[in-house]
Design a protein around this ligand. Sequence first.
Ligand code: NDP
Length: 244
Amino acid sequence: MLDIKGKVVAITGASSGIGEATARLLAHHGAHVILGARRTERLEALTSEIRSKGGSADYQQLDVTKKDQMEAFIKYAEKAFGRVDVILNNAGVMPLSKLEALKVEEWDRMIDVNIRGVLHGIAAGLPIMKKQGFGQFVNIASIGAYSVTPTAAVYCATKYAVRAISEGLRLEVGGDIRVTLVSPGVTESELADSISDEEARQGMKEYRRISISPDAIARSILYAMEQPADVDVNEIIVRPTASP
Ligand code: NDP
């Protein structure tokens, strides 16, 4: 394993759950983490916490659905540290419901954040990584990228898309730039809070009883980053042991 000390890592969706846990872990291992999300008060608190423990962190307000904001976010990281080693495309939303509920605005939101957000991260980071001649994208999909469940058709579609985009990117830029897809199973976070549909909300409540800690996902991301430059960890699935 290589040391990740000094690596510059831009993390989207760093204000809670998996993004927050990963920021803490990577900073603990000596990475410079640049945190992005919409809730800046959360990012400010996390930045202070990391710094108080001797880590390096900074934050920027970021809405991943806005191409210009993503560009500014990644440019900020490059300007501050002279390079960008890793972009962690983690931001996501999951307002589940059956298709027949016709929650079209929620479908659009999932498409905008979960797919467009990742594409914006790639668009902002790829020119910089190509110029540098190195870099790594870590894209967060889900076990929903491998099979579909009722109420999760659109969510799963967005995660299948993240998986397809990641594999396409790997085939096109592999060699200098690494592409890692991390697919969590049910994990403690605020993700289910976005569910407005009562039936889906109740179903999720039951399902989430076996949730694992976001630290488990953070460790898998660290593992992918720690590999030597000629080793590309392409896909990792991390589930609760009790998962069906
Ligand atoms: P959380 O809800 O705790 O975190 C989601 C993060 O995404 C928050 O930091 C939120 O920040 C951010 N976010 C949402 N919308 C936007 C936006 N428009 N622009 C920028 N940031 C945004 O959930 P998780 O930590 O669980 O989710 C992280 C990823 O993991 C997601 O992609 C999710 O799909 C995936 N995942 C999670 C699983 C789980 O069981 N928890 C299982 C499988 C995959 P803010 O609101 O401040 O902008």
